[in-house]
Design a binder for this molecule. Structure first.
Ligand SMILES: Cc1cc2nc3c(=O)[nH]c(=O)nc-3n(C[C@H](O)[C@H](O)[C@H](O)COP(=O)(O)O)c2cc1C
Length: 305
């Protein structure tokens, strides 16, 4: 039975050229769906796969004989590329330097980001892994400052209707259902956020998305692993950095536009196709500030077992 996503409801179709197959078994090693088995020293389509081919393409990509093709689920032989050599790829030090150079930037130069660069970032983000192929990440691009700012204004107007959600009486009522930690998060972070977003916007100061030159909203369909849009956005963030652009995640929009009729209307207005468990905005543009130092950070815990 195929695993559905918003894009597909079929299994991948694996084709094996028996003449080319040399029975090395690499395709069987990498296929975790057990879609392929070895019979008489030849790879064959297995009768009882785990889910049905997800079209991850691993069997096709690893075959030294180019004897396998996978079609369907938005995958095809035509999508295969040569693997870049390790010399062409970034070294650990180069990558670490890029990571240390990155800062969340909220002060952007008022110059547009070239469409070519936006496309490059999108291409890089599309290399991100996903819970289940094919990716069910949806991307909404606001490609200039006017559009980004107009969205923030509209969002703040929409938020005005949301104030009851973080009001004293509502949080007191919901405390037994929300629990201590979530209630305190709503009180100490979300309530001031709503107040600040709407209050500042009334004075024409945009602290929702800081009038960035580009806004990228990554979200998913109801089928998706909620982590997928965040991982894709992280790839976008790092590739933008490598192109001399700066970025900032904005997590404070997505949760507000998920539930209820007003949220649905708001989503529809922007062509946002789904409410989604996971989603995030990424601002992008040329930085108008330069940091002198970077910073070493730590996780809450790193436990070795
Ligand atoms: C999931 C997530 C959500 C975030 N949401 C916001 C946000 O809504 N507004 C904002 O100004 N920064 C946001 N940030 C940026 C963080 O505030 C920032 O990463 C943090 O202050 C550390 O700074 P650095 O990224 O320069 O190391 C978010 C970051 C992440 C990872």
């Amino acid at each position: 039975m195929p695993v559905p996503t918003s894009r597909t409801n079929e299994c991948g179709r694996i084709k094996i050229d028996e003449i080319r197959c040399n029975g090395c078994g690499l395709c069987i090693t990498v296929c975790k769906d057990c879609s392929i088995s070895l019979e008489n020293k030849k790879a064959k389509i297995a009768a009882t796969p785990l889910f049905g081919c997800l079209a991850c393409g691993h069997c096709m990509m690893i075959c030294p004989q180019e004897a396998i093709t996978v079609e369907g689920r938005c995958t095809s032989e035509e999508h295969m590329l040569d693997v870049p050599s390790s010399e062409e790829a970034a070294s650990y030090e180069e990558l670490l330097n890029l990571l240390y150079r990155r800062r969340s930037i909220r002060e952007f130069k008022d110059i547009p980001v070239e469409k070519e660069l936006i496309n490059k970032v999108v291409e890089a983000a599309q290399t991100a892994p996903m819970g289940l192929p094919p990716s069910d990440v949806h991307l909404l691009i606001f490609d200039n400052r006017e559009k980004v700012s107009a969205f923030a204004k509209d969002f703040c107007e929409y938020l005005e209707g949301f104030k009851w959600f973080v009001s004293k009486w509502f949080l007191a009522l919901m405390r037994p259902f929300y629990g201590k930690e979530y209630t305190s998060f709503l009180k100490s972070f979300v309530r001031p956020c709503v107040k600040a977003f709407t209050g500042f916007m009334k004075r024409d100061i945009n602290i929702v998305n800081y009038d960035a030159p580009v806004g990228l909203y990554f979200y998913g369909s109801p089928y998706i692993d909620p982590a997928d849009p965040l991982i894709a956005a992280t790839y976008a963030m790092l590739s933008a950095e490598s192109l001399g652009l700066s970025t900032c995640f904005i997590g404070a929009i997505h949760p507000f536009i998920q539930n209820g009729k007003a949220a649905k209307r708001f989503r529809e207005k922007y062509g946002i196709r789904y409410k989604s468990q996971g989603g995030i905005f990424l601002l992008m543009g040329y930085p108008d500030v330069k940091y002198k130092k970077t910073i070493k950070r730590s996780f809450a815990a790193v436990d070795w077992r």
